[in-house]
Ligand binder design. Sequence first.
Ligand code: PHE
Length: 466
Amino acid sequence: MEQNTRSSFSSRIGFVLAAAGSAVGLGNLWRFPYLAAQYGGGIFLLVYLVLVVTFGFTLMVTEIAIGRKTRLSCIGAYKALDRRFGFLGWIAAFVPVIITPYYCVIGGWVTKYLFTFVTGGGQAAADNGGFFDRFTQFDAGSTLATLFNFNAPGPWFLLYTLLTAAVVIFGVEKGIEKASSFMMPVLAVLAILIAGYSLTIDGAMEGLKYYLLPDFSKFSASTVLGAIGQMFYSMSLAMGIMITYGSYMQRENIMEHSVTQIEVFDTLFAFVAGLMIIPPVVAFNGGDPTKINNGPGLMFSTLPMVFESMAFGEIIGAVFFLLVLFAALTSSISLMETIVSVLMDKTPLGRKSSTLIVTGATLLIGIPSCLGYGPWAGIKILGMQFLDFFDFISNSVLMPIVAVLTCILIGHVVGTKVIADEVKQNGAAFHREGLHRVMIRWIAPVLLVAILVSELATKVFGLFTI
Ligand code: PHE
């Protein structure tokens, strides 16, 4: 049976680094800063932090425990806990199918920036978003011509997806562990240095205040909503990923400890990314935080300007984008790995053919996100570009659904004891057991349902805006 062949991480730190590698990625470096900028700065940060240590912790423990207990990827795992919840595994497995393609599109943007900096074009990229717009909006006349034009995102998306696939093909230990254990610490150090520098830019203090000091008048349901979606995304929750990783985790690992470490890693990266990006963008835009609102392009517009104002900025920029590329890769590897492991569990296909199929599908599904700001900019779904739409459907719809149903399954059907027992294997402690229990049974599901209803009402039915 598949149980016997499932490979496992060779060490505890291997697990933590790989799971942190999955968690730390574009979500922290690209998505967190622009959401924080968009949803009121300090208040978003505060809400996010509270959510991570309560809700995020609860879900992550739950998922890793489910994986380690059942030794199955999410489809088999939910079914093994309760047959009626088998469908939940399928929904969870479907989330990465949506995220992987657009994640690879953004990974492609990073690859383009790396190339630009390495070939000495860093200065040209420092024009407050102009370079980014020209790149993402590039239109070579026809869809096909645009898709294969190096001035547009297409070829970079292809390249990035193939890089991801290459690691997945070599399997868990060799690929994932090696890449993540080497690159993560370097990225952390560089990010801290850049953040330190960012704060010295003239006018950065206004931005720092905006980022750190919560303004409670900016609090709204959408702040919570944005923060919850970001938490799922950033911690790689509610999509079967932590279940898959848990299934590779050895029983000797002290789970609560590992989860706390992953949480801290992930949140620190997001926090530092915010420091790196928000104060300078406020400075560059004349000190008024309410004026920054360029969404998904924020990191790509701001950082080149930071680098340009630094000594050796071109080199620092090149190294930085190389490391971002690795952080992104460890995440997209985990996304793709989840889909591949489902295919391998459910079909007679081996790793190679599963990976090839998933790669092909990723490329196809990614095309709309790739062209969505360019030649296909006229097409909108629910008022959103393709990329934003895929982001919305996964983070604000499917992931909350998976999370609610997981809470119900664990909190009210199989019982929280199942998880607690797994966490406490080998006499390990579970300090936040009480918190876990209350969160999963009551607070998380109620909050999630409220959020889900309001989100759907707002976006889909346009009933009211919050
Ligand atoms: N958590 C990753 C990040 O922050 C992204 C990701 C999302 C990875 C979903 C796996 C699954 O970038």
